[in-house]
Design a protein around this ligand. Sequence first.
Ligand SMILES: Cc1cc2nc3c(=O)[nH]c(=O)nc-3n(C[C@H](O)[C@H](O)[C@H](O)COP(=O)(O)OP(=O)(O)OC[C@H]3O[C@@H](n4cnc5c(N)ncnc54)[C@H](O)[C@@H]3O)c2cc1C
Length: 362
Amino acid sequence: MISVIGAGPAGSFYSSKVKDADVCLFEEHTQIGRPVACTGILTDSINRVTRFPRDLIINYVKQFKIIAPNNKATYIDLKKKNYVIDRAGFDQHLFERAVDNGAQVHLGERFTGYKKTRSGYQLQTNKKKYETDMIVGADGPKSAVAQAAGLYGKRQFIKGWQARCRFPALEPGVTQIHLNLGEFSWIVPENEHIARVGVIGADTARLQQDYKKLLGNATILEDQSGIIPLYNPKQTLQKDKISLIGDAATQVKATTYGGIIYGLLAGTYLSENPATYQERFNNKLGRDLWISLKMREWMNTMNEEQSNTLIDIFQKKHNIDILANHDRDFPSKFIVQLLLKETSLWKLGFDMFKNKLFSRKQ
Ligand SMILES: Cc1cc2nc3c(=O)[nH]c(=O)nc-3n(C[C@H](O)[C@H](O)[C@H](O)COP(=O)(O)OP(=O)(O)OC[C@H]3O[C@@H](n4cnc5c(N)ncnc54)[C@H](O)[C@@H]3O)c2cc1C
């Protein structure tokens, strides 16, 4: 038996794909997909990973408006629209696919630990003990499986404060990204009046202040905040017959903190061959996750003036074209092109390097 802990997108998707095995899917909540702690933006690359019902698409992002601290903005018309999905519905859909694939489900049952036995593991939940051959930890950022297996490492987290809000008026196809609030922040419309509004950061005092500014006169309908693990390039994904996927394995890209597609890909690789999972994941996706992490580290050193310069650079047509045509989930595909075409990025990078050195000395 394979015990999968956590019926989020990674755990359910893995359970829907694994073949010729008895799967037990454990979820601590009694309802799938709730509470929501996600903006639910997916790039078009989701279509290369899986199909999903179109009625789960709440809105399409056609354009990004990236706003600098001096209020200058650049507009990026996406060649391939992004999806704003019903995240709870998406999780429920993947869960149904797991059930269709034969997974036995245990809702309201929380993994609390395991013991190694001669033939495998004895899994402990808040309700019962189970004998199992393999454990998959898909139990999110604070993964109890990773902790129990000694795979947790020195992981770091970032706070994502988000609310579903009502506004007097919104442009429904335009997602706003503010570079001066939090590490970055967003307003993602569902329609002309409702948007998912969020800010990311580590410093609570700054988050409070920036979140207030971002919300403006909006009315909060639902809080959707959560924590996000920072990708750890040294994260071990497996130990004996225990594997980690998704947020439990810190598989989140640090530029925009999206993790759904990476979690689904991890689930696919593990379901296809557990023996090659770690190597395949690192070979296929490790470089993009690492580049995203480095981009984030650099972006976090930017001062206001440099953020303004960045927007000036991205107001140039040839740079907008590169961003509009490439998938931000896989930055290795466009970062080289940008660096080759835009020499002022090198200067900006050098200035940011000086910021980094300076902040280390302080
Ligand atoms: C504010 C915010 C906005 C975000 N926006 C986006 C976005 O737009 N696009 C994107 O791609 N990503 C986004 N993310 C990240 C995305 O939500 C995660 O990467 C994704 O949910 C990871 O899926 P997962 O299945 O690995 O983990 P989770 O979705 O966290 O699922 C883990 C599951 O395990 C269950 N569980 C936990 N512990 C136990 C236990 N001990 N026993 C049993 N069950 C347990 C949980 O209840 C949960 O159902 C956002 C995150 C935040 C916080």
